[in-house]
Write a protein that binds this ligand. Structure first.
Ligand SMILES: NC(=O)c1ccc[n+]([C@@H]2O[C@H](COP(=O)([O-])OP(=O)(O)OC[C@H]3O[C@@H](n4cnc5c(N)ncnc54)[C@H](O)[C@@H]3O)[C@@H](O)[C@H]2O)c1
Length: 214
């Protein structure tokens, strides 16, 4: 998928630019050169120029980038100018950790509901949001605008719950269950697997060790 002709590789890097530019804005910085941004972000200045050139000619020689403008433009590309309503399915360790993480709200991801099958969790609230039982899910999705469903349930339940969500109109899944979901093309899935990130770390440790033994 391409966005305004911008490659997925660039899109993957945008959240990091967005985070740094947000910090600069909070610190009152109005403009920054690609060299300064490069030092902060530990990315080459030429990579930054290449990436940010995708958004038009607002990096000017001798002036640098207009931080507010770039932040706003990247926010638009990432679809962050509108809020997204989220529900979490599975209120175990991970689901509760996500629900407790208030900072998502600052980015416009609003927690609307939490669901589980465990009756002992019924009515427990997390940051004011009650954990509901799964038999309420259908009517909840029908009566509330739900943009994203996070799946933090066991993997053998994930496919069936994802199907049910999709049947009821949910179009984006943030999938933490260790399974590749088989869903229609019009459903957008983002898989988050911390163990894959750990394996990447492990690979980098091995590579570092090998290189430094030579
Ligand atoms: N992607 C990652 O990086 C990552 C990291 C940790 C865990 N996980 C995965 O996330 C899932 C949750 O992990 P956890 O440690 O929170 O487990 P957990 O056992 O603490 O929580 C799972 C919750 O799901 C509920 N549940 C079970 N079946 C359900 C269903 N059909 N509908 C709704 N809720 C249901 C359970 O009652 C429980 O509260 C697991 O699949 C785990 O493998 C993924």
């Amino acid at each position: 998928m391409e966005d305004r002709g911008i490659s997925q590789a660039v899109i993957r890097r945008l959240p990091r630019y967005y985070r740094y530019l947000g910090e600069l804005l909070e610190g009152g910085v109005e403009r920054i050169s690609s060299n300064d941004l490069s030092k902060r972000m530990n990315v080459t200045a030429s990579q930054i120029r290449q990436d940010l050139n995708n958004f038009g000619g607002f990096g000017q020689q001798g002036y640098g980038y207009n931080v507010k403008y770039l932040y706003t433009e990247i926010g638009k590309i990432l679809g962050l100018e509108e809020d997204h309503n989220i529900i979490i399915i599975g209120a175990g360790n991970l689901g509760q950790a996500l629900a407790n993480y208030a900072a998502f709200e600052k980015r416009g991801f609003i927690l609307k509901g939490i669901f589980d099958v465990n009756p002992r969790l019924a009515g427990v609230t997390i940051r004011g949001v009650p954990i509901r039982m799964m038999d309420e899910l259908r009517s909840f999705v029908a009566n509330n605008e739900v943009d994203i469903a996070a799946l933090t349930i066991p993997k053998d339940k994930a496919e069936e719950v994802a199907d049910m969500l999709v049947e009821n109109g949910v179009r984006a899944i943030w999938n933490f269950a260790h399974i590749d979901l088989n869903l229609p093309d019009n459903v957008i899935v983002e898989n988050v697997h911390l163990s894959e990130s750990l394996m990447q770390l492990s690979y980098n440790i091995s590579r570092y060790n090998e290189e430094h033994q030579k």
